[in-house]
Design a protein around this ligand. Structure first.
Ligand SMILES: [Fe+2]
Length: 437
């Protein structure tokens, strides 16, 4: 059986097909453009199990009902070939089945089990990292960190492993460890948008705004050569540094002349867009005219319920755009989703997700008191709705503002102390959030 660049066996493939898979995996883990070519490769070689599996996973990353449904064909097509596939490919299929069903916790467990015997399978590790995002990356931080620590011996000089491991360290508040791993990753591969990403996370949490801003600005020429998803997300991180300094003009310029122009067709990009607009409002900016446009983009999948984190963003955007009918429809679907008798409903939708989403809708409609009441019992568990620590800060800022608008100044003050606990110094944005408290 031929082996790929990481020494992993690939069934039913010749050397040329394996080279194509290597190329795909390299683009996937480095977030380089061109990974979508996997969908052409699988058409050319529909009987190769691993191509089918990678095509299914590529679609599952999309976070919409349409893309999840499109993955079904590939998962079904590989089933008759599983008996002749190798053990790793069968394990891969099992993990993808769970992901496809929305059993995210069990899917992550399946990928964790896969990397035990095959620790060099960084594509599987990357998929697991995405599942931690769905489960809440900060909430899953220790689990993510333990997974990466287990893979260290097999991958210690791999820049893509190091970028992931750096992020896991940051999520566990090990900022020095995150910086060391990200720096090493960038030494090994200078165009490493995921390592730069981990650094941005680590620097902003410590209040090292100027450093973070300069780093990402210097990286921009290389970043623009990367895959669109990470271009958008790293630019979002750059905008966060601008907003910490209350430089609304720079954030707005990035949004209107750069990120926005990129299109925002995928859910990930739309989440970045909504979060940026929302944070510009938190920082005192006015972005009213942009909400209508973003509402149009999200409407085709606004009522889907992939994970609460997505709906929380969409709820605020629809409310700000005045799309009441679409918002009510989405809230009704969220209520239905939260009542389903499955693991994700019990874990997150019913106890945490639904109140957070309803709080975002209330805040978007200007009802801060209701937002504060809804968030209060769930804010500590909120990171389980999905997203990273930096992304979840949006809901923490919302809670803080809702407390203030409800005249609960002492509670707001205490919460701001928690929000800034790792910062070496408070930023102008923190100063704005503290005003009048
Ligand atoms: Fe991020």
């Amino acid at each position: 059986m031929p082996k790929d660049a990481r020494g992993l066996e690939v069934s039913g493939a010749n050397a040329e097909i394996v080279a194509g898979i290597d190329d795909y995996v390299a683009r996937l883990v480095r977030i380089e453009p061109g990974a979508e070519r996997i969908l052409e490769d699988v058409r050319a070689h529909p009987d190769v199990p691993l191509l089918r599996l990678h095509a299914a996973a590529f679609l599952l990353f999309g976070q919409t009902g349409e893309l999840v449904a499109a993955a079904t064909e590939h998962l079904a097509a590989v089933e008759p070939r599983l008996a002749a596939a190798n053990e790793r490919e069968r394990a891969f299929h099992g993990a993808l089945r769970l992901w496809h069903e929305g059993a995210f916790h069990r899917a992550a467990e399946a990928f964790e089990a896969l990397t035990e015997p095959w620790p060099r399978d960084l594509a599987a590790a990357k998929m697991c990292e995405f599942l931690y995002y769905v489960l809440g990356q900060q909430h899953s931080g220790k689990r993510f960190y333990a997974h990466m620590a287990r893979l260290e011996d097999a991958n210690r000089d791999d820049p893509d492993y190091l970028a992931m491991a750096a992020f896991a360290s940051e999520l566990c508040d090990d900022f020095a460890g995150a910086e060391a791993k990200a720096t090493r990753a960038i030494e090994l591969a200078p165009r490493n948008p995921w390592a730069e990403h981990a650094l941005s996370h680590a620097l902003i949490r410590q209040g090292r705004v100027d450093e973070g801003k300069r780093r990402m600005e210097a990286f921009l020429p290389e970043l623009r050569k990367c895959g669109r998803i990470i271009v958008c997300h790293d630019l979002w991180h750059l905008a966060l540094f601008y907003l910490e300094e209350l430089d609304l003009e720079a954030a707005s310029r990035l949004f209107r002349e750069d990120v926005w122009i990129a299109g925002a067709d995928s859910v990930s990009e739309q989440l970045d867009m909504i979060a940026l607009l929302w944070r510009m409002e938190v920082a005192g900016g006015e972005v009213e005219d942009a909400w209508e446009d973003i509402a149009e983009r999200i409407l085709p999948h606004a009522s889907e319920t992939f994970m609460p984190f997505v709906n929380a963003h969409f709820a605020y955007a629809l409310a700000r755009a005045g799309r009441n009918d679409a918002l009510e429809e989405m809230l009704a679907r969220v209520a239905t989703r939260s009542a389903l008798p499955d693991d994700e409903s019990r874990r997150v939708w019913a106890p945490i997700g639904r109140p957070v989403i309803e709080a975002c809708a209330a805040a978007g409609r200007g009802d801060a008191r209701r937002a504060a009441t809804l968030l209060e019992p769930v804010i500590a568990g909120m990171p389980a709705i999905g997203g990273s620590d930096a992304q979840c800060d949006l809901f923490r800022q919302l809670y803080l503002q809702s407390l203030r608008a409800s005249s609960r100044k002492a509670d707001a003050r205490r919460f701001l102390d928690l929000l800034t606990i790792h910062k070496r110094r408070r930023t102008p944005l923190d100063g704005l959030l503290a005003q009048g408290l």
